[in-house]
Write a protein that binds this ligand. Structure first.
Ligand SMILES: Nc1ncnc2c1ncn2[C@@H]1O[C@H](COP(=O)(O)OP(=O)(O)OP(=O)(O)O)[C@@H](O)[C@H]1O
Ligand SMILES: [Mg+2]
Length: 289
């Protein structure tokens, strides 16, 4: 089972967009049983597939809807509130993924308040526990038996949540816009990757698939920054040979009333679909090689 995470502590670089494209490519095109995990308290990834609800206990945040399998009349469900998020791993409760409108694609959604609580822990023994919890969940025999691929969307942070993703992942991809600030985020992520690689058992390496330029425009700025990364002796080898262009349709398919809802359901000759297939096939070949 491959555990693929999109990470960059800078915001708005396309972590969620790339996670969604990759998850849909693996489930729709590769027919792999895929689980999306939303590890960002903003819950944008969850919102793509579920009608997330406002949490009355923390109205600025979202929580998952009632699970389709929940039956309040069932004896077994008496001690369950009917909602299940990935954050349950921090509270000793089971995570019950939700099916999505895409075949072979499930999601373990976020829960703003519960994830923020985990993100804000500072006491070293608790931080340590948070760091290990996701790997523990993903290595469980249930998850290993149910899925071929896990795609994790992360928050724009380098806090305990992102570190626990780095510890659990088998492969990471760093999406970035070719502009000064997001490029700074690349360095932070490379540092986390190197730190993690030093402490990992050799049998379970964390593979950096690479830096994925996103929202690329044929402007002087983007071309110059991409070239300087490619030419950098330290970073050049990690820059992927594929990229996502700035295309409004990648944002438009996020709308709940978009038809079709997936780039991969666009007509064969559609330029955004062709680009999504090219990028995702490249990533997938590297990951499943
Ligand atoms: N290639 C693209 N072309 C056009 N729009 C894009 C592209 N990639 C992402 N976007 C849009 O840019 C915005 C930011 O993207 P996204 O939410 O994926 O970034 P993020 O890194 O997940 O942000 P955050 O750090 O807040 O979680 C979104 O509105 C998204 O629809
Ligand atoms: Mg996001």
């Amino acid at each position: 089972m491959k555990i693929i995470a999109f990470v960059n502590n800078k915001g708005g670089v396309g972590k969620t967009t790339c996670s969604k494209l990759m998850a849909e490519f693996l489930s729709k095109k590769k027919k792999l049983r895929t689980l999306c995990i939303d590890f960002d308290p903003q819950c944008n990834f969850s919102h793509q597939y579920l009608h997330m609800e406002i949490d009355p206990a923390a109205p600025e945040g979202l929580m998952p809807p009632i699970h389709p399998d929940y039956n309040p009349n069932d004896e077994e469900d008496q001690n369950w509130d009917g909602r299940s998020s990935i954050a349950e791993i921090f509270y000793g409760q089971g995570v019950i993924p939700y099916p999505t409108y895409v075949e072979c694609l499930d999601i373990a959604p976020g829960h703003a308040e519960k994830l923020l609580t985990a993100e804000s822990v500072r006491r070293s023994e608790v931080v340590d526990k948070v760091h290990k919890q996701l790997a523990f969940f993903l290595n469980s025999s249930d998850v290993q038996a149910a899925y071929d691929a896990i795609v994790i969307d992360t928050a724009p942070s380098k806090g305990p949540l992102t570190i626990s993703v780095i510890k659990a992942a088998t492969h990471i991809i760093i999406p970035s816009v070719m502009e000064e600030q997001p490029v700074q985020g690349i360095y932070g992520m490379l540092q986390l990757w190197m730190q993690e690689s030093l402490t990992r058992e050799k049998s379970r390496p964390l593979q950096l698939i690479g830096i994925l330029p996103n929202m690329f425009k044929q402007t002087r700025l983007h071309k110059d920054i991409l070239k300087s990364l490619q030419d950098s002796p330290a970073i050049g080898k990690y820059v992927l040979p594929v990229k996502f262009s700035q295309r409004i349709v990648f944002a438009e398919v996020d709308a709940a009333d978009s038809n079709p809802r997936s780039i991969f359901d666009f007509p064969e000759q559609h330029v955004a679909k062709a680009e999504a297939e090219e990028v995702c096939s490249h990533l997938s070949e590297r990951i499943f090689a």
